[in-house]
Write a protein that binds this ligand. Sequence first.
Ligand code: GLC
Length: 650
Amino acid sequence: MAEYDWRPEQAEKSLNRILPEVEKTFAHKLRQAPHEWHKFKNRLHREWQRLFVCLHQLYGWQYDFFYTLHQILNSMVQYWLERSAELKLLDEKREADPLWFLSEKTVGGVLYVDLFSDNLARLEDHISYFKKLGLNYLHLMPLFAVPKGDSDGGYAVSDYRAINPDIGTMEELSKLGAALRDEGVSLVLDFVFNHTSDEHIWAQKAKSGDPDFMAYYYTYANRELPDQFQRYLREIFPTVKKGSFTWCEEIKRWVWTTFNSFQWDLNYTNPNVFRAMAEEMLFLANQGVEVLRLDAVAFIWKRLGTNCENQPEAHTIIRAFNAMAKIVAPCLLFKSEAIVHPDEVVRYIHPDECQLSYNPLLMALLWEALATRETKLLEHSMRHRYPIPAGCTWVNFIRCHDDIGWTFDDQDAKNVGIDPVEHRKFLNKFYTGEYPGSFARGVPFQFNADTGDVRISGTFSSLAGLEDALLKQDNELIEQAVRRINLLRSIMVSIGGIPLLYIGDEWGMLNDYTYLTDPTIVNDSRWVHRSKKRWNAREDLTDQDTLEWRFFHEMVKLIDLRKRLPALQNGGMEVIHTGSPHLFGYIRAFKEQKILIVNNFSEEPRKMDAIHLNACGVKRDVINLITNDVLSPGKDLVLSGHQSVWLDIS
Ligand code: GLC
């Protein structure tokens, strides 16, 4: 017999006790909006049990759990009261159409405000640019107050409620959010919740010895526990610091710092940390943020004897945040940033956890197939790893602000006859341009002398061969690079999920080596693809003879085509057998519409024969939607080097 589950009953009892107290606290304000309060309570009753169960798992063993519950409900009501009427309307709109983001019309872009437009105020003048590109999801890289000098690209946050003064103010951010919404563009920001900077007020108080705030972080009087933990931990930035702990002279203790020494990991075993960060989350939601990118999700819970990544409690914390968001700011969505083993990446994807997730595996394998000119690993992995729960979607990208790591599964590689260890070495050599005949000009990132591991930095265009080709002034090589770039773009836009453009790549931005002259970032090669040049080059886009113009317009055309094809909305993606080791193909379907997409990863012309085409449903004349060419049944499909073909087989 199943064990009696006492939690639903206890959840209800707790709520029945706490809610009248909370209503008393906010009585005056609640009386002014009885209708709205009723709606809030409906959501609260719907989600409370789920929230209670998560919180009980995390903090139920602590003697003051009931107090924790009370405080959390207080915070929820407070932030809901502070939420603007306009955002409450948006909440209703999204609740009526909760899966809006799965549409083929959703296309994203991501940028650094300071590198793109210097500041927030000027960004607003360029909404038309995003519209021209067809974007309706705009992710602004971290723009909060940070320490001077190195701040890990903004990921060392000193205050979640203040914008870096060089970039603007919180008022400007809210204003921008509203302006974007007016144009149908959703604002996306980071929620850097694994750590704060060591200059955050909490860290400062901890440094002054305040025990309440020391309990916000993991600190140790000696090396005993750090050494025990360290045995199993992965080093994330081995070239800048050894190990995951940093000595803090002020308190004479070791502090847990997974990333840089100035990024202090938050201690989520402490319910005050959970509540404080939940409040920061709701504060951001109230500024008009519709999607929060949950930074470094894998690391938020530590357990001795494990690598302290992807612990079950990490999921519980996100689920609790998710339930709170559904109650207070139901339009808010989460995107997980889990750059870990693919088995672990999918575990964060669920309507009750993160509805969106980066797709680091697709990204890595597209580059892998481009280097090898073979698609077996890509095809095999995508066939069984692409499906995710209904109501969720991948965010597909080719490049982002971070490095490329080869996060494919070893067994997947072995299954298709690839030695994973040797293959990663090959890929690293290839993308740093060391491998003979390589077209790529990447830069090594975080070489680990102990393990030999390294990752790759570089822009889309430089990695795809454009930089090399331009330096050699070789037109044929330039055309090859252009074709590679268009090939990967075509897959990003069509395979299913939200395509996310790293702004600058739409016009083919190359590596920028000026970071080598800046002592604060010289050791972080990711700055080779975080270039200030984004802005200047964009202004040239009227000159039709430039490569930039060509890249930009081909991108616009492709996005436009996607938006006209309901089959490309999130949903079914079936990897097909092409019969060629160089081709990668899939069928996208929705209702009556069916599109067969075939991509050639080699420089040479390759064919998909009539038998394979017939098996995929090519039974009559079909049109290639990219070129308008017609393919008749019984004919082989011949793809030129790096060509991507979208056949309407409806
Ligand atoms: C994420 C960010 C990365 C940053 C790290 C630490 O992985 O994408 O840029 O260095 O988190 O915050």
